[in-house]
Design a protein around this ligand. Structure first.
Ligand SMILES: [Zn+2]
Length: 323
């Protein structure tokens, strides 16, 4: 008997409906949880995603791709299989995918966090028989402090740099982390500059009436003097391209869950780090599994083996799934 969802070399597949969730190879029909590159890939014939994810898909994958935008909780029926998207709290427009057929319910989380995010909204638990959870931070050493405390630390770091006429450079992904930081930091401390790649995403969300604060755009013509009191937010990969060659003295920081363990190797050249993540921490992952009500759990993306073993030791029928 085939399962409602299968883990194939192209990704999570619903054979009855003929569609994949966040497929990693080119397929005809893809349901996309969110627009990060490891979930939304180029080349599919058709994309279905939340209404706030679709503009980002067009921006990143091409204006001409075929898309269908849906709201949270809106039901799409394909060959008798009922699909619906539910808030994942990861980034603006991110969704869990609920799949129901013949009285059986599966939920695929995509990336998620349980902590409320003023822009990305709140993770909404969906009861199911089978829960497919990510496990990016699926080890007990990953536990986040309250984000308000971390934001205060960022504000203090910026204020201190400003007093010393040192530019504060904060690395954050252009989709998600950058908007969350902009909506949370104390913008009265000084001017805020963002990399153009971040502003492009901001602009797409503003068009959808998401309130992203207005900021300055970093360019080669921004004067050294203007940047001395500024907070500059740039994507991690922008450092290589000489964006700060004219910035004078500056201090760098990563805003990432990886900073809980001194950061990934590429982060270790930053001066400091702030532990703030758009993924669930260890407690969040366990809570999400509990809230799902599922006994059967598949663990994807991250510490799959370790988290699945932990769940088995705690009474679940869990196994890692490579997708
Ligand atoms: Zn993501």
């Amino acid at each position: 008997m085939t399962q409602l969802l299968e883990f194939t070399d192209r990704g999570i597949y619903c054979a009855r409906a003929g569609c994949y969730i966040d497929p990693k190879r080119v397929v005809d029909r893809a349901i996309i949880t969110h627009a990060h590159a490891d979930h939304a890939r180029r080349g599919h014939k058709h994309y279905l995603a939340h209404r706030l994810t679709v503009p980002i898909l067009h921006h990143r994958l091409g204006k001409k791709i075929s898309t269908q935008a849906v709201e949270y909780d809106e039901e799409i029926i394909i060959n008798g299989v009922r699909f619906s998207l539910h808030p994942a709290g990861h980034v603006i427009g991110s969704a869990q995918v609920r799949v129901e057929y013949g009285g059986e319910v599966w939920v695929v989380t995509g990336d998620y966090k349980l902590e409320h995010d003023p822009l990305a909204g709140s993770f909404e638990p969906a009861r199911c028989d089978v829960f497919c959870t990510e496990s990016t931070f699926g080890l007990p050493l990953y536990r986040w402090n309250d984000s308000a405390t971390v934001i205060n630390d960022i504000n203090d770091w910026w204020q201190n740099n400003k007093q010393n006429k040192i530019t504060s450079v904060l690395f954050g992904y252009s989709l998600g982390k950058a908007q969350r930081l902009l909506a949370s930091i104390n913008t009265s401390i000084g001017p805020v500059y963002v990399h153009p790649a971040i502003e492009q995403i901001n602009e797409l969300f503003r068009r959808e009436r998401i309130r992203i604060p207005e900021v300055n755009i970093l360019s080669q013509s921004v004067l050294n003097e203007e940047l001395k009191t500024a907070l500059v937010i740039i994507p991690p990969n922008a450092m290589r391209n000489g964006w700060l060659d004219h910035a004078g003295e500056y201090s760098t920081a990563y805003a990432s869950g990886w900073m809980a363990t001194q950061g990934a190797p590429f982060m270790r050249n930053a001066d400091t780090g702030f532990v703030i993540s758009d993924h669930a921490d260890w407690d969040g992952l366990n809570e999400a599994v509990r809230l799902s009500g599922a006994q059967k759990v598949y663990v994807t993306h991250g510490f799959t083996g370790q988290f699945a073993r932990w769940l088995c030791e705690n009474g679940y029928d869990a196994q890692p799934a490579d997708v």
